[in-house]
Design a protein around this ligand. Structure first.
Ligand SMILES: C[S@@+](CC[C@H](N)C(=O)[O-])C[C@H]1O[C@@H](n2cnc3c(N)ncnc32)[C@H](O)[C@@H]1O
Length: 221
């Protein structure tokens, strides 16, 4: 599915979020607390936007790897210019559930709008923990179901009616019907926090953004 929508993915994100996705990705990168010279893995990197922001944070002496299992997504990511003074990003084809990296390889792992798509969330969290150094940070940015009105009504209208309609216009209604379904079947913010805790992470915390529709979780190995 992600291979299929790779060509419209960035444009759909900008339209669906009115451009706010850039701010959310920047907040996720900040939450990684990466310092110049450190290393980061951006999982389910898609078209690479978070990985490129991380590359700016770690600077030319740092290391950033973007991993995704969709080759067309990776090709778009690799075609984007690296910001001045940033580390060159290595984009690699890999399965988040079976990562081709040694234990304790990265100072931070980020995953933006990817955790919801993992076929086995607990296995994914286990892999993220394995590749982090002790004290390393995990950051998860994800769409979440708002519990409070009026955003709850807006969420239903936007995701059940407008997003599938935009998907139809973009030529792939099935993919954009999957989006609200995947959000509904994903744990809400407190439950995701509990899963992170259960996977052995500590200092689990989260912030809700955009009126409770976007959750930014972080934790420490
Ligand atoms: C919604 S996109 C998010 C892309 C990007 N992180 C962003 O912020 O826009 C989800 C991505 O997760 C990838 N993905 C899903 N499951 C995966 C897995 N098990 N291993 C690697 N990539 C996966 C898809 O190929 C897709 O590019």
């Amino acid at each position: 599915m992600f291979d299929r929508i790779s060509g419209v993915y960035d444009r759909m994100n900008r339209v669906m979020t009115a451009g706010l996705d850039r701010t959310w990705r920047a907040r996720a990168a900040e939450r990684s607390r990466l310092e110049p010279g450190q290393s980061a893995l951006d999982l389910c990197c898609g078209t690479g936007d978070v990985a490129l922001v991380l590359a700016g944070r770690v600077g030319p002496d740092g290391r950033v790897v973007g991993a995704d299992f969709s080759q067309p997504m990776l090709e778009i990511a690799a075609s984007k210019p690296t910001p001045a003074g940033a580390a060159p990003v290595e984009f690699v084809r890999a399965d988040a559930l079976d990562l081709p990296f040694e234990e304790e390889s990265f100072d931070a792992v980020t995953i933006a709008f990817g955790a919801r798509n993992l076929a086995d969330l607990d296995r994914g969290l286990e892999e993220m923990r394995r590749v982090l150094v002790p004290g390393g940070r995990l950051v998860i940015l994800e769409i979440t179901q708002p519990h409070r009105q009026p955003l709850k009504v807006f969420f239903g209208l936007w995701f059940d009616r407008i997003v599938p309609m935009l998907g139809k216009l973009a030529g792939d209604s099935a993919a954009y019907e999957y989006l609200p379904e995947s959000v509904r079947s994903f744990p809400d913010a407190p439950s995701l926090g509990a899963r992170m805790d259960g996977a052995g992470f500590r200092h689990v915390r989260w912030t809700l953004m955009a009126g409770g529709i976007i959750a930014l979780h972080s934790a420490v190995k």
